[in-house]
Every structure is written in structure tokens, then in C-alpha cells.
Design a binder for this molecule. Sequence first.
Ligand SMILES: Cc1ncc(COP(=O)(O)O)c(C=O)c1O
Length: 377
Amino acid sequence: MISVNEPLLGDRELEYVSECVRTGWVSSAGRFIEEFEEKWAAYCARKYGVAVSNGTAALQVAVATLGLRPGDEVIMPSFTIISCALAVVYAGGVPVLVDSDPRSWTMDVNQIARKITPRTKAIMPVHIYGHPADMDPMLELAGRHCLAVIEDAAEAHGAEYLVGYHGREPAWRRCGSFGTLSCFSFYANKLITTGEGGMVLTDRADLAEKARSLRNLCFQPGRRFYHEELGFNFRITNLQAALGRSQLERMDQIVAKKRWIGQEYTRRLMGLPGLQLPVEEAWARNVYWMYGVVVSEATGMDAEAVAPKLAEHGIETRPFFLGMHEQPVFRRRGWFVNESYPVAERLARQGLYLPSGMALTEEQLEHVVKALQEKLK
Ligand SMILES: Cc1ncc(COP(=O)(O)O)c(C=O)c1O
């Protein structure tokens, strides 16, 4: 089976993890945690990094850092992972949804303004499958309405966005550099993996301090078992950070390999009727975290029908997200019941992603392409 994602770990990972084992620094203290935080923050041009146990925890810490009051609203795309919504719900807030752009599959920025109410506290853009969301109009709206931005860059390590692309001095900036707080996941299928892991980035010292405190049960610096607030145990271990720290040394190579996979799939699949491919907008550098395709209804098939056909050829795939407004857990609460987001609904039914891991070879890629050409012709 060609796995949908196979990570590529090497000698440097072994060396750093071995150092943790040899020196006994295996828990949530040790040099790799701070180094990983500093270096990842620097890579994304941010001042502070707070590493946590996973990407969902990063979102929870980021939202908790904002200090929502019950009923405060956070605008996010319906087409995302449940981590985004649950972070808001656990903080006592309400997720407010918008649909996605049919080309880039990221949040449709034109739908945000009409969802802003006096209760809106933040916008949560999500860079989908390695393609940046359109940040300029969103940041403008956030600025105008004094809203925080919680950027979910879990899937967009190293992806870039052309700031000011309509203006005279456009400049490329990395995803993760835009949010009041920006979140990453380092799960095994991400460009950089710590096995499980995540990080919150910010430029504000007060927010970084609060996030650090929330990560570690809100212990008081001078008075350990005395608590002014409720926190979480979302600590990362030195072992995990050692993995992340080592991969950072070859980040350029990792991004190059992912972009090669994406561009090669596109080159070989282009023109195949019945398949919508990922785009790279003029203002975006896509890192193709996962190479997603959307099967046209004209084929008479949906993603669920195509997946077993590819599996017959030894090809593993994964379905796209099911939108938040279609989730039973929220419907049961009476949320989103009369809401419809046609783009998200179509993506959920027709979309699936192909093997895209760091270990994917050209032969495997060609095998996937051939299988698709045969099944969709
Ligand atoms: C967009 C997005 N946000 C958040 C997460 C949550 O990260 P984790 O799985 O590390 O909790 C993921 C997970 O893959 C994701 O794709």
C-alpha cells in the first residue's frame, strides 16, 4: 500500500533523541524545547513560541489566551477540522461559520464582514492543505473591527502569502506570521513532526506569558501550587522537541520536496477530465501539505466511490473534512441547523487526498497518476 503519508526521519533525529535519553532530559524541561520554540518562531518571523502537546491544544491555548466571555463569537470556515470549533466551544464561545472559496478551499473572505456582530471577538483563518488563506482583506477587516486573529497554520509550515499583492510594495510572508496568535500542529503527517506536538506563536510578550502559563496548569512563578486561573497540562516533552528541532535544520529541503510532489501531481494530472486540482493563487506559495483532488459529479462518482478503486491499486487516500455545520455533535445542540455552505458540502463529498508524504518516490507518484487516469477516463 502506498501510504497517504510516510514521514522521513533520519540520523539527526536519532542523534538528538538519543541525547535526551542519554542525559535523562525526557520530560518537559531540556534544551530542545526552548531551541525548538525560538527557532520555529524565528523561521516564521515571530518573537515568541510556546510549544504544546498537539495542534488542537495550541488552538485551545490560543483561544483561552484571548479570555472569551460566554457567548463571544469567533468566525471560522465551516470546512476545517473540529479542533478549531472545539477550542472556541471549550472556552465558552460560539463558532460562527463561513463557506470556502471554491478554488483554494480556504475561508471565503467575502463572507466574513456580514458575520461580524457586537459579540465577535476573533477571526480564525485556516490555511487549507498547504494553501494560504487570503490574509490581506481579513487583516483589514480585523483591524477595522478590533478583532483578534487566531491563525491556524497547522497544515501550512513554510507556505507563503504575498502581502499587499494589490499594492505597490508586495512582500512574501510565511504562514504563521499573521495571527495575533498563530497555531501549528506537528503531528506525524505534517511537514515538521514531533510525533505529537504543536506551537503557539505571537509577537506580544503578555500573550506569550499567558499561553505559557495556560500550558502548564497556571502555576504561579513564585508560588507553585497557588492558582489564579485554570490552565491545562499541554506540555511538550524534550524528546518531542528534539525531533522538531532536528527537522528544522532541513526545512528548505522539506518544503522543496513537498512543492515538487504538488507540482508533479499537477503537471501529470492536468487536463484529466473529472478532476479539480489544487491551485496556487498568484499571491500564494502552496506547500501542498496534502495533495487534494475534487472528483467532478460528471464522473458519476463521489470521493467515497473513488477511494476503494484506488485502494485496489494499493493506494491509500483520505476523505476531505466534513464541514462543522454538518457535524452531529453541533446539530444536536441546535447549532447551524438551517445553515448551508455549498462549497464546504461539495468538498466533503467529492474531495479526497492522495499519497503526499515526504517519503513518496517518483515511481509511487506515477503509479497514483496512472491509477487515476485509468479510473476516471
Ligand atoms: C487545520 C488543522 N488544525 C488543527 C489541527 C490539529 O492538530 P493536532 O492533530 O496536532 O491536534 C489539524 C490536524 O491535523 C489541522 O489539520
